[in-house]
Design a protein around this ligand. Sequence first.
Ligand code: AHR
Length: 512
Amino acid sequence: MSRATVTVDRDFTAGPVPRRLFGSFVEHMGRCVYTGIYEPGHPEADEHGYRRDVLALVNELGVSVVRYPGGNFVSGYNWEDGVGPVDQRPRRLDGAWHTVETNAFGLHEFAGWARQANVEIMEAVNLGTRGVDAARALVEYANHPGGTYLSDLRRRNGSAEPFDIKLWCLGNEMDGPWQIGHKTADEYGRLAQETAKAMRLVDPSIELVVCGSSGSGMPTFGAWEQTVLGHTYDVVDYVSLHAYYEEKDGDAASFLASAVDMDRFIEGVVATVDAVRARGRHRKHINLSFDEWNVWYSTAREGDDQPRSIEARGGWHEHPRIIEDEYNVTDAVVVGTLLNSLLRHGDRVAIANQAQLVNVIAPIRSEEGGPAWRQSIFWPFARMSAVARGEILRLKVTGDRVATARHGDADLVDVAGTWDEETGRVAFFLANRGLDDAAQVEVVLRGLNPSRITRAEVLTVPEGGDRFSTNDERRQAVGLRPLDAAAIEDGALRLTLPALAWAVVEVEAAAL
Ligand code: AHR
């Protein structure tokens, strides 16, 4: 049995839980859009072709904001191809994913879906093959009420009301050599600066995310942020981060400590951004948009992870299966810890998008003409988005640690927590990284008098299964069950986490 003590104080908080932390991502990639969120003719499809079964799961997941339409896809995309009469829209080759894009789904369809899903839109503009003019035209098309060529075109295309999109990404992963239209930091910084300026001239109320590094392992990490922000600090609001994690060579301990890497990545970007602020004598703060994160078996498992030759893919197809990772118990625990890292840094991470929403490295899976279901990683996201309310608690964790080859030492028990004065609820999200031993956890609550446990649920290895157990369309083996070993004793919360587990515990408490 391992041990951990968590100490919290009602007065030590890191600010309100940002609702945009529970974001997701819909890219025109694989089967995320087509046969994911959109499948006309499916028995569950509504009159617009939106899958109601998928919408219900998106709702249950508690997604707040959805980034669209890419990803690598956006760097070769003409937004105009996706508006106007569907039968006149061009079929195009998408070079990013070696796919035929029919353009049957575009901005109007996505905006309609977002309304149904009750999510905010986060729209990316193409700074790969296009630039200032296409970006400012898109803002005018989407946000200007009417009386100009582009806004009236939107009205003629069926949307009298503007889409009023507040959140915009200035391209995608422009530091990556794989990106169509990849640029140096100076080239991108200048383009992003001028694009931001022109977009704001159309609609000054928009918020802009400039591309940071597409991973902390990029050779230009740090220098890229410095140079890009040197050009754009005054005209943008957020800088982006992307990170994907996977279990490599059977090293589960390192994989389970992925959030240690995410913590470091976030703290490194905060330091870099703040150094640019100090050097430029800027007043405002730039916050972080972690707009792609997840577990992705991009190298360890055989799969369609990277764009391969057209021959290897057997030619060009519409919505082929690409990176439909099946997630297991270990992955769900890791996703829980990544969410903890994001929440702990919620004073600077203002936006986060799990990549992606349906089928493509996603918490939700669906089959063409068939059912939709929850993957293991669905649960930590769904519960945290539903339960994390009020203020983020700063926590002190002491206890057993584990040595890992890739990320150094990590706490065996990983925790994040929130305190909601309005409802009198304190919530904890806990993971036991230990593969073999249960963990006994004591939570000391300063300034709070806990009265009763209102929720205690755990996700762990299912009976008869192992850490590689997954869900499929027939069998939902990995899910939440009651965590019985949780109690309030002498004013403290005491609980026992099974080996390899993620748990959510919510307590009613009075402020002292
Ligand atoms: O989410 C899948 C891909 O990962 C995105 O298109 C790209 O931005 C990232 O490399």
